[in-house]
Design a protein around this ligand. Sequence first.
Ligand SMILES: Cc1cc2nc3c(=O)[nH]c(=O)nc-3n(C[C@H](O)[C@H](O)[C@H](O)COP(=O)(O)O)c2cc1C
Ligand code: SF4
Length: 445
Amino acid sequence: MSVLSEKVITRDWERPNQNTLAGYKANGGYKAAMKALELPPAAITDEVKKSQLRGRGGAGFPTGLKWSFVPSLEKNPKPRYLAINADESEPGTAKDRFILEKDPHLLLEGIAIACYALGAHTCYIYSRGEFKYPSAVLDKAIAEATADGIFGKKLLGRDFELNVYQVRGAGAYICGEETALLESLEGKKGWPRLKPPFPAVVGLFGCPTVVNNVETIASLPRIFEKGAEWFSKLGFGKSGGTRLVTVSGAVNRPGTYEVAMDTSLRELIYDAAYGQGLPEGRTVKACIPGGSSAPVLTGDELDVKLEFDAFKPLQSMAGSGGVMVMDDTACMVRCLWRVSRFYAEESCGQCTPCREGQPWMARILRKIEEGRGERGDLDTLLGVAAAVAPWPPIGLGTTICALGDAGALPVQSFVTKFREDFEQHIRLRRCPKGDKPWGVFGDFK
Ligand SMILES: Cc1cc2nc3c(=O)[nH]c(=O)nc-3n(C[C@H](O)[C@H](O)[C@H](O)COP(=O)(O)O)c2cc1C
Ligand code: SF4
């Protein structure tokens, strides 16, 4: 069994006044940044590489490597920016909001370190529109740090100007995609851009920009407090540190937990420290391991570790850490229809396969769930999904951004792994689980 030997992100969450500057400083806050800023910027990036910190926004991309794609000032003298992705809209995911609420200065200290390393004098934190309380806490923290002289003309007393701003989104999931986020920051419609060029080269206002997730950047103060080697060893395989995961659905104790990278899904679901199992008599039928876009796993695939590379053999992904558990009473058609409806609703409409394919898949799923399914519907469903993203997933969709894949991969994995459930609906001409409270689905067609 894996043990969380030391907490990284949640370590101080229970301390009094941790979300104020006074409380944060009383516990040694901003000392790690002072230590980091003793190093030349390139050495900070090297430490981040050594720590094996990987992006917590979904793709698990190595953070130090991403930073190293920013061209030197000699090659590109334009200003550079750091954009923090606090959009957190992937269904099943609720971790970044707690960092903002409980320990906002941990993020701000990480921002000080990252901006110094990148030579960025401006940082924008793009937060989810619905985050009313977390945004208010964050605004207060930014104001406190600025008034204290941490940010402003002299970052922590150094000859380096840094200004940090929070920009609130307006409730569009697509604005969590990094290039849509940049468009939105520029005051435009949140439409993803074609890549390359990647934001590190051509980002905000055409300038080199690093986009990182809240949890990613909040890990930096610990790396410079305790060392890159410590952080790397705390992790597992090629993933340094720990992870925040959110477990929801059929478990006894849903919640957001910090876990060791080698914790398995089974431990997360059943361990007394985490999900505490399922109600008496219930078993796990399926589990979405990394937010609703991560391909579903069966109840027999729970021994996989939560580390970023471990999901590859199962053709799924660790994603944003949103673990959703379905028990043996769940209707897989209904679950998938719900997921599909989300992606249909959130498609920005730029690419034909995504704009047309997502609602088409949702319509077929509704038909099957309502007992109007026909022979051939599953082939059509899989055909539409394949037109949006090839299966097995190879990370090469037919669309501008990964929302196309995000909507198609659940369809392919649900139908492949639980085909009998879908066929049974078509054979019986009804949902075998009986009547449903249809009202919760609204009037989506
Ligand atoms: C449709 C879509 C939505 C996304 N939403 C988020 C989000 O809410 N938060 C986030 O950090 N990353 C999100 N991402 C991933 C970002 O594009 C980007 O990879 C990430 O912010 C990079 O940060 P990291 O390297 O620290 O993980 C999303 C990606 C896609 C395709
Ligand atoms: S894949 Fe979908 S969400 Fe992404 S750019 Fe294309 S239409 Fe928009």
